[in-house]
Design a protein around this ligand. Sequence first.
Ligand code: BJW
Ligand code: ZN
Length: 247
Amino acid sequence: MTISIKLRSLLQRVKSICVLTGAGISAESGVATFRGVDGLWSKLKPEELANFDAFMRNPELVWEWYNYRRQIVHDVKPNPAHYALVRLEELVKEFTLVTQNVDNLHFRAGSKKVLELHGNIERSYCIDCGKFVENVEVTTEKKVPRCSSCNGLIRPDVVWFGEMLPEGVFEAATEAASQCELFLTIGTSAVVYPAAGLPMTARNQGAYIVEVNTEPTEISHTVNETLLGKAGEVLPQLITILEETRK
Ligand code: BJW
Ligand code: ZN
């Protein structure tokens, strides 16, 4: 992996950065990605689990899947890539972290300004009255949690296919992407919209786009630079360059 001279000099003077992260940033923590050979969806089709109709058809199955993943997320820790982004927020004047991840690892690492596009697996809400529930308990006898106020079905607070993103969050992400000088897209296959459109939004407004991924993606041909490698190894190197000029 080579960091271009252009990127080095940009890192030394950059004042505004917007970052988009995907499942790949948590891979080194031990959270499975969605796509690819070891991905969460290599055996199950996303449309069978990650949509509202699937939930209504078989809430037990969907809860079983989310419970399994909630346990993993609870047990793992943020990795050097998450911590590098915490440091970036401290070093750069204008910084926005936009994540597609629902695993809460950016907040647990210490990032402050995080826009969660697809929700958070540790929160849930009632589909009838909308009441939010933290740390919902799903026991083996009571496989599907119910609302304590109205007995409605409780669902995970995540965004499924065909659903709108949380109000105002995508708008804030678009604004940050439009205003940044440098846009980093990290550990995402960039196939899920509207998130995958953010690098292009930034590029159209003149930002320099850098992708960090272990392999080329759908958008590699449209970015300025692809840094091939693990996020947990590449990001600390970018931070070292930034820190050299900001002592
Ligand atoms: C590493 C690494 C390491 C590994 N270091 N890298 C425009 C065009 C076409 C379609 C649409 C469109 N607009 C909307 C759509 C429809 C749909 C969509 O995009 N479909 C496409 C798949 C075709 N989008 C939606 O439905 C969205 N809603 C919406 O648009 O609302 C408006 C609307 C409403 C009603 C009708 C129509 C429109 C909602 C999308 C919700 C996505 N939800 C999920 C599930 C969340 C809950 C859960 O977690 O269970 O979000 S899907 C899943 O994919 C999850 C992720 O956030 C998302 C993105 O995945 P991500 O993060 O990129 O992961 P992977 O696995 O794909 O990639 C990992 C990458 O990491 C790989 O590249 C690896 O190489 C890399 N990697 N290790 C660095 N160590
Ligand atoms: Zn309710």
